[in-house]
Design a binder for this molecule. Structure first.
Ligand code: NAP
Length: 308
């Protein structure tokens, strides 16, 4: 099969399309013929070597996590899925990833696809599960206020729509060009992070969902009410600031799961949420897709079509 192999850490010239063996599923895994995959910041961070200290890998690996496709073989113990099922979920993005014609998925990290095309389904797993996990953890209630940093990105677009579904009032920080886009997703207030100071426009909020980190995280304490919560996909917790502002900070590590994917599929099937695909690439263009996600400010998701 053809696969996008990472052979060395570098942003240029490190990913090559090669012919490798089709992987076989182990216990509680399935083999999937990949129709579509999608790119996440994690993928270019791995490619560029930004994770090599904290997460050393034995190269080469096949990149890519998010996947949608058809089950072609079952590992031992798999009873809930059948050959021919259309599924979406997450492959092992640090070893046997989804930027390939076939991949392996643990049954705990996949579900039956929503009633969409493969590209749409592949765009969903990590970003939608990240947004849903955060909002569930916060136990949000209707009419509460949330500030979402990075609302025009992959997770941000999902978080706005799911927060709207839960009845929240939503402010979000974005670039000026993305204001209309995030309002179309359900944001009540869009703040240009280049020119406007969000701490002057938002006060006494219940929650912050931080997809940016750094100063966006530390300055967010100023906009939370005592008892408020900040959940960050990037920064670690900060006990000193928590104590000073009487706020709880949480670092989230997203776990894609069947339960979350089933919930997301239901929302998609009911047309409560949708995913914006900014641009589509093919497998041979994997590294270009990662460059585009990293450098070109996409609205929503960048996807890779593997099989037409
Ligand atoms: N901990 C985990 O388990 C986990 C899981 C998934 C993702 N993540 C991390 O979560 C982060 C977000 O992921 P994603 O998929 O949503 O990324 P993404 O699609 O690249 O979106 C990032 C967004 O942040 C915006 N942005 C950049 N600087 C900003 C600022 N100062 N204020 C407001 N917005 C700003 C960008 O807007 P412009 O393009 O206009 O600059 C972009 O729309 C990434 O760092 C990713 O690695 C962590």
């Amino acid at each position: 099969m053809r696969a996008a192999l990472l052979k060395k850490y570098a942003s240029v010239g490190s990913v090559q399309i090669d012919i490798v063996d089709v992987p076989e599923p182990s216990v509680n895994q399935v083999q999937v013929e990949v129709y579509a995959a999608s790119a996440n910041p994690f993928d270019y961070k791995v490619r560029d070597g930004l994770m090599k200290q904290t997460m050393p890998l034995e190269l080469p690996i096949i990149l890519g996590g998010d996947v949608a496709g058809i089950i072609t073989a079952l590992g031992e113990g798999v009873t809930d899925f059948s050959i021919g099922d259309k599924i979406y979920g997450q492959a092992n993005a640090t070893k046997q990833g989804s930027f390939a014609e076939y991949t392996i998925v643990d049954i705990s990290q996949m579900a039956l696809m929503p009633k969409t095309d493969y590209l749409t389904a592949a765009a969903l797993p990590l970003v939608a599960c990240s947004a849903y996990q955060a909002l569930s953890h916060l136990e949000v209630k209707p009419h509460q206020n949330i500030l979402i940093h990075g609302g025009a990105g992959g997770i941000g677009g999902m978080a706005i729509q799911i927060a709207k579904y839960f009845g929240l009032n939503i402010a979000t920080t974005v670039s000026q060009n993305d204001k209309a886009y995030v309002k179309s997703l359900g944001a009540d207030l869009a703040i240009d992070y280049h020119k406007e100071d969000f701490t002057k426009l938002v006060k006494d909020y219940d929650y912050v969902f931080d997809l940016v980190g750094g100063q966006s995280f530390t300055k967010s304490y100023e906009v939370l009410k005592p008892g408020g919560k900040i959940i960050s996909m990037v920064n670690e917790t900060n006990p000193q600031l928590d104590a000073k502002f009487e706020v709880t900070s949480i670092h989230q590590f997203t776990q894609v799961s069947t339960e979350k994917l089933n919930f997301i599929a239901e929302l998609v099937n009911q047309h409560r949420i949708s995913v914006n695909i900014d641009r589509q690439f093919n497998l041979a263009e994997t590294s270009l897709a990662l460059d585009y996600l990293k450098n070109d400010h996409p609205k929503g998701k960048v996807v890779i079509q593997v099989k037409a």
